[in-house]
Design a protein around this ligand. Structure first.
Ligand SMILES: *[C@@H]1O[C@H](CO)[C@@H](O)[C@H](O)[C@H]1NC(C)=O
Ligand SMILES: *[C@@H]1O[C@H](CO)[C@@H](O)[C@H](O)[C@H]1NC(C)=O
Length: 115
């Protein structure tokens, strides 16, 4: 499945974001993890992943951190999200969501970073 093959790329991406933001666009800004809009996007990512996965369905817990960058009215969110898979809680996932002006979200990446 596509999501799994992208896990390594995502882990590298998030490691970079966590350290020096080398890969992130220069206009990236940290998100407010308590912002209802950010939580909505994280929830969208989990819901969308659940639609596609054959693994256990996830329950969103919280946004741990994230960055957003806006280019030409499109905002890219790179979020680190904690979720529960039914038997374990605090599983850490990386999610990349693109938001367009029509308030339409697209899940670009979703992968387990740390169990
Ligand atoms: C939930 O995640 C844990 C840790 O990765 C794993 O051991 C367990 O099998 C998962 N549970 C389900 C129902 O997939
Ligand atoms: C949202 O995006 C999907 C997939 O890109 C598209 O099929 C759908 O028409 C869009 N919906 C709106 C309201 O723009």
């Amino acid at each position: 499945m596509k999501f799994q093959s992208l896990t390594l790329i995502l882990v590298v991406l998030f490691a970079s974001v966590a350290t020096n933001q080398a890969i992130a666009p220069s206009n990236s800004e940290p998100v407010n993890v308590n912002d209802p809009h950010v939580i909505e996007i994280a929830n969208f990512a989990v819901t969308e992943y659940n639609k596609k996965t054959t693994e256990a369905k996830l329950k969103f817990e919280k946004v741990i951190n994230g960055l957003s960058s806006t280019v030409n009215d499109e905002t890219n969110y790179r979020l680190t999200v904690a979720a529960n898979n039914g038997s374990s809680s605090d599983l850490i996932y990386g999610a990349v969501v693109l938001e367009k002006p029509s308030k339409n979200y697209t899940l670009k990446l979703f992968a387990l970073i740390h169990a």
